[in-house]
Design a protein around this ligand. Structure first.
Ligand code: ATP
Ligand code: MG
Length: 398
């Protein structure tokens, strides 16, 4: 039996209104798609927690294309919602297995990446699934996952898909599914969105129509004029480097991105150290000290924030304003061999969307759209400025 007081503990007023009818929605496929910051991921997590509290013996599966990205997205969101709702006493959270169990209902959440087909195949008894950033998946990946959800279950079986409508040719838009519900939402449906992020989204109108359609209005678009080819993925990086440098893009309501870049034989290996909102300079300094970044390491920073650069210097870091020439920087990076790995969630996501602006007459401009570009900026600051200063030194000594 489920006790009523357990149900009442989840405060429904914390859920954005537009999503309330979906709490009881039992369609096999529940598509929650739309603009950026519309509360899609938070709601998917809320729905899972409600089911974990109210239903017995469920087995929910968290899915993303890359297993390693689940920890910092779906898993950490579920964890923080559990704590924020004061429900932590009901749950045991197994960090290493990415597993969350409700000890009272014996319902649990487990996780798997599409990049780990052996693990996926070994998982049985799934009763519902949440696929985050579903546009990352090929149609075939989806069919395999769909097959995992079969057999008799005590409660309804559901696959929740959350995504931005980035490409109208995508299978998510072109494939008809029986027994599906689709809800499109935008930042306007999220009462928790902050003004700065809202302005970033509104400002997309002046930058690029297509980005505005996708991320602000939540309508299907097509991403084009992509700047970089995705960085090649290497799971094994060199054990030592010729040099190590850092790139730092400051944010507060926007994400701060700090990227460590190992250089070996003129090739670059990226490691995402920070990709997080709401970090003050004090937080960044504290984290950089913990990471062991020394006073000799070059940290190339967003030049438009001289005070923050100076504050880092006063705290013993070798922070340097980066070269501001965006076009030359991008052109330089296009000629470099740059590696990423699957842990770099922000980098790998941003690189797929990072595009040149297109004006109303269809002319492609030399400037990138300023949106979800924090890692891209940090990487360019470091690699381009570092090389430029080296070139100048070499010329001086010729
Ligand atoms: N119910 C809620 N309670 C508190 N904060 C919320 C809630 N829903 C959304 N937020 C806030 O709004 C932000 C954006 O929400 P969320 O990440 O769910 O958006 P999204 O639609 O998944 O965005 P994206 O398309 O960029 O993935 C969250 O980081 C959180 O700060
Ligand atoms: Mg989301």
């Amino acid at each position: 039996m489920i006790r009523k007081d357990i149900i009442i503990q989840f405060n429904l007023s914390t859920i954005n209104k537009i999503y309330l009818p979906l709490i009881e929605n039992k369609s096999r496929y529940l598509h929650i798609y739309g603009g950026a910051g519309s509360g899609k991921s938070v709601f998917a997590a809320q729905k899972l927690i409600i089911r974990l509290m109210m239903e017995q013996g469920n087995r929910f599966l968290l899915i993303r294309k890359v297993a390693k990205t689940i920890r910092n997205s779906q898993f950490s969101l579920l964890k923080s919602l559990i704590y924020n709702s004061g429900l932590q006493n009901y749950f045991s959270i197994k960090e290493s297995e990415l597993r969350i169990i409700n000890e009272h209902t014996r319902s649990e959440v487990i996780s798997a990446g599409v990049d780990d087909p052996e693990k996926l195949k070994s998982i049985f008894g799934i009763t519902s699934i949440w696929i985050e950033e579903a546009t990352e998946l090929e149609y075939n990946d989806f069919l395999q996952i769909d097959l995992r959800l079969r057999g008799r279950t005590r409660y309804y079986k559901q696959i929740i898909l959350t995504y931005n409508p980035v490409n109208s040719y995508h299978w998510l838009n072109t494939t008809e599914q029986k027994n599906s519900t689709k809800l499109r939402t935008t930042y306007r449906d999220n009462k928790y969105i902050d003004d700065e992020y809202k302005n970033v989204l509104l400002n997309l109108k002046n930058q690029d129509e297509n980005f505005y359609n996708i991320y602000t209005l939540g309508e299907w678009g097509t991403l084009k004029n992509i700047i970089y080819k995705p960085f090649e993925i290497r799971e094994e990086y060199p054990l030592s480097y010729d040099e190590i440098i850092y790139g730092l893009d400051f944010g507060y309501n926007n994400k701060t991105a700090l990227i460590k870049i190992g250089i070996k034989e003129k090739e670059y290996y990226l490691e995402e150290l920070l990709y997080k909102e709401h970090l003050t300079n004090g937080d960044i300094i504290c984290l950089m000290k913990k990471m062991g970044i020394s006073g000799n390491d070059y940290i190339y920073c967003d030049a438009s924030e001289p005070e923050r650069i100076e504050e880092l210097r006063r705290n013993g870091f070798n922070s340097i304003p980066a070269d501001k020439n965006v076009k030359a920087g991008i052109d330089f990076l296009k000629r470099c061999k740059i590696f990423s790995n699957s842990k770099n969630e922000g980098i790998n996501k941003e690189v797929l969307h990072y595009s040149y602006k297109q004006d109303k007459n269809g002319n492609i401009l030399d400037e990138p759209v300023k949106f979800n570009d924090h890692c891209m900026d940090a990487i360019r600051y470091a690699i381009y400025t570092h090389n430029k200063s080296r070139m100048q030194v070499n010329i001086r000594y010729l």
